[in-house]
Design a protein around this ligand. Structure first.
Ligand SMILES: C[S@@+](CC[C@H](N)C(=O)[O-])C[C@H]1O[C@@H](n2cnc3c(N)ncnc32)[C@H](O)[C@@H]1O
Length: 410
């Protein structure tokens, strides 16, 4: 029996969950109830916030459709939640749901939380809290039905905690991006940087859209098992998004459903182009890689054409514009060839229709496609679009100022 989720099903499932029942049913018919529930159960497991438990608690997930039931066991522990297909009879918690409702709760629009369509049963007497388990010279404590069963003597019942963790993951309630950064170990909030508030301001409206995100720089440097904090944070934040990360070090051990890693340098235009042609266009590209100015400019040149209109290109840590060891300028003003130099150039480009250019001037790609710039301490958001609103009528430029302000200019 195949037990892992088929990653290629995720994108079609996300799109069908935002559509009509018929779209979802066709997908279930085509790929089978087992394959679809493998994806949904793995997604729920990855969204669970692990409760503080001193023991593993199995939660049975029963997914039904047309008289059939597929069972999964989600093993909830304080270290994480693991999902596998299999019988769940002995589990102290059971959650039963129809497959269409589960798909909509997990990947559909946020207006559908599916709570009314799920049946949760908790049998607390099937779990003995670790504190009450028998130890030498002490018998196991009775743990019956009643208020004591739900709370125990000193702490909530483990079954109730596990049931709450899984139900809450299925309800898809939004968690604060700063909380997610801390939970998954991204430095975008809390130690060196205070970026998540700005990200949330610009990305909140995309949170439940089927976006494609590419982040340069996975983290953890040469340690293959380390890093991935921001990719996991984005996966959790963008509930229907596909998240790609690239790094000069191989991070393939971090790959999971909706999260893909690639090895290569952000300074290698050919590699970036191939990756973008295969996995783009992207709604969002974030550069949190080497922070070497030459690399930042090279990646921007290559990847901006692969950002979809209306999408965003974000550059983190632009302070290296002033750090000579990163190719920055040592003086008070960042020069050309730095990320801040690029941003200054983009401001002139944004206004290219207003500036006094020679007749044979032809606007560059960025002049024509950057429509917004939002700058914060060490962080820049660049919005892509069609910068072609047209200019202010030419007669306004030629009209003497005292025509508009006679009182001031007499
Ligand atoms: C600051 S960490 C990324 C942190 C991660 N984005 C986060 O927020 O959790 C920078 C990463 O960029 C990678 N890196 C360095 N030079 C690179 C290059 N030329 N191309 C791609 N990645 C690079 C490093 O290996 C490191 O893992």
């Amino acid at each position: 029996m195949k037990n892992g989720p088929d990653g290629s099903l995720v994108e079609p499932l996300i799109l069908a969950a935002g559509g009509r029942d018929g779209d979802l049913l066709r997908l279930v018919d085509e790929h089978g109830l087992e394959a679809i529930t493998d994806v949904l159960a793995a997604e729920v497991a990855s969204r669970c916030e692990p409760p503080a438990l001193q023991q593993d608690v199995p939660v049975g997930l029963r997914v039904t459709q047309g008289g059939r039931t597929i069972e999964h066991v989600l093993t909830v522990s304080s270290g994480g939640v693991d999902s596998r297909r299999g019988p769940a009879d002995a589990a102290p918690v059971h959650i039963t749901t129809d497959v269409l409702c589960l798909a909509r709760s997990v990947y559909g629009p946020p207006s559908f939380d599916g709570a009314a369509t799920r049946q949760v049963t908790v049998r607390p007497e099937r779990v003995t809290p670790a504190a009450d388990q028998p130890s030498e010279g002490r018998p196991a404590r009775e743990f019956g039905i009643g208020s004591r069963a739900l709370r125990g003597a000193d702490s909530p019942n483990p079954a109730a905690l596990a049931a709450q963790a899984v139900s809450s993951a299925m309800a898809g309630r939004d968690r604060d991006l700063g909380d997610l950064a801390l939970r998954f170990g991204s430095d975008k909030w809390g130690v060196w940087h205070w970026y998540t508030q700005h990200y949330d301001r610009h990305f909140a409206s995309l949170r439940h859209e089927p976006v494609r995100v590419l982040e340069i720089g996975i983290g953890g440097y040469y340690d293959p098992a380390a890093g991935g904090g921001s990719l996991r944070m984005w996966k959790n934040y963008f509930s229907r998004g596909i998240v790609h990360g690239l790094d000069i070090y191989d991070k393939s051990g971090l790959d999971e459903l909706r999260l893909h890693t690639f090895v290569g340098s952000q300074n290698d235009a050919g590699f970036l182009r191939d990756l973008a042609e295969q996995h783009g266009p992207f709604d969002i590209v974030i550069d949190d890689g080497s922070h070497v100015n030459e690399h930042i400019l090279a990646s921007f040149d290559t990847l901006l054409p692969h950002v979809r209109p209306g999408g965003w290109y974000v550059i983190e840590d632009i302070q290296t514009s002033y750090w000579p060891q990163y190719g920055g300028t040592s003086g008070a003003q960042a020069g050309p060839g730095t990320s801040i130099g690029l941003l200054k150039q983009l401001i002139d480009g944004l206004e290219h229709q207003e500036a006094n250019h020679p007749r044979d001037f032809s606007p560059s790609y960025t002049d024509r496609h950057v429509v917004g710039l939002h700058l914060y301490h060490n962080l820049a958001f660049i919005q892509k679009g069609d910068n072609n609103e047209g200019t202010i009528p030419p007669w306004v430029k030629r009209t003497p100022l005292n025509y508009f302000y006679p009182a001031q200019n007499g």
